[in-house]
Design a protein around this ligand. Sequence first.
Ligand code: FAD
Length: 377
Amino acid sequence: MARVLVVGAGLAGLSAAIDASANGHHVVVLERTKTVGGKGTSQNKEGFSLTFGPHLVHKKGPLWQLCRRLSKRKPASATIRLDKTEILGSGMIRPKDNISKVIENKKALKSKDIAHPVVKAASFLSSWNSNNMSRIEALSKSKLLVSNEGWIGLVGRLAAALDEIGVLIECGVKVDSLHDYGVKLNNGKKVEADVVILACGLNGARKLLTDIYPNRTDEVLANPSRTTASIIELGLTSKSLRGRHAIIDTENNTAAIDYVAIQPRLSAHGSHISAITVGGLSGDVGETKFDSSEQRLQYLENFLDSQAGGWRDHVVTDLRQEKITIHEYCEKEIDSFAFSDVGIILAGSWVKSDYILADAAVHSGRTAGQNIGKAQH
Ligand SMILES: Cc1cc2nc3c(=O)[nH]c(=O)nc-3n(C[C@H](O)[C@H](O)[C@H](O)COP(=O)(O)OP(=O)(O)OC[C@H]3O[C@@H](n4cnc5c(N)ncnc54)[C@H](O)[C@@H]3O)c2cc1C
């Protein structure tokens, strides 16, 4: 049995803790903020479960499967429908009154030719431009879902499982540095561990590793880059997307979805709009389009003015983020076990995986938790 310390209680950290504990290790999770779930959670405000931007879950993916395994109840969810998903300037992906367009778009989605405007739009909505074919297929086959419980419902299942097996999650403590005995916290406390799992984001892991292994970190986590997004979440008394499940502006990497239109049981009236603009800032991968994140957020508000007219007069609650990291990469793919000889395992959506986004976070976390022995010295 090893003493395992998990840094970060996002989806990667929670998943790592579940598997490490199930494999007989003594596990503690440390989280810098006051809540668990990292970027993959939501908060309930005025009856709306506000998330960090639109979040879709793949029915066959690792996150869904883990939630399904941990609790008897299937996660409640609903599907984004393509007959209610509009591409700006080209209409619904599956228009009810135009059978030849339905066939044409179906063929395009099957071809997965990313140069095709419909595939491009599907790629944006399903993976925020990762061009991941299995997510495009999931969207086409109604297997890309919104959680009716909010992502807090999914994260809650992971946290409840850890509570049941007696794993301590300590929130509000930041890991400041790594040492051969374990880690040092921002309150000066030292915590001993045999194995440390860094599930604190690429930037966080890089900072901690650079202090202690500068050359190796530069080599393994070489030339990090990222894509950020601006998001607006709105709880409204009006149906401002007019029944559409989603509207996509592919040219400008922008979209809005309405959770209530997708799952009417969420609220008897009104809507929950989640809108996003991806990239376009200096430092983001791709073309620079905005001078600042403030300008990008303003652009998103203008997009809502044109597509969800009147929303400003109907706001019950809202949440805005000018800049949140959505994709993180390095020049070379990052091996979870690149630092295992010194008792450190890496986990997160940025680690090499067959999956992307939250599924990659969960998969890499679980892989870390199942392979503690590889890092035990
Ligand atoms: C706008 C947006 C839209 C998205 N849409 C989707 C989607 O549709 N579908 C999907 O599957 N995924 C989506 N994602 C991605 C998904 O949210 C993330 O991939 C996933 O939540 C990442 O989990 P993680 O555990 O790797 O990292 P994080 O969630 O970043 O967790 C890292 C945790 O470590 C903590 N931490 C950092 N440093 C320290 C330290 N020194 N000490 C202690 N704690 C520390 C942080 O506070 C945080 O809680 C989206 C993300 C964004 C931002």
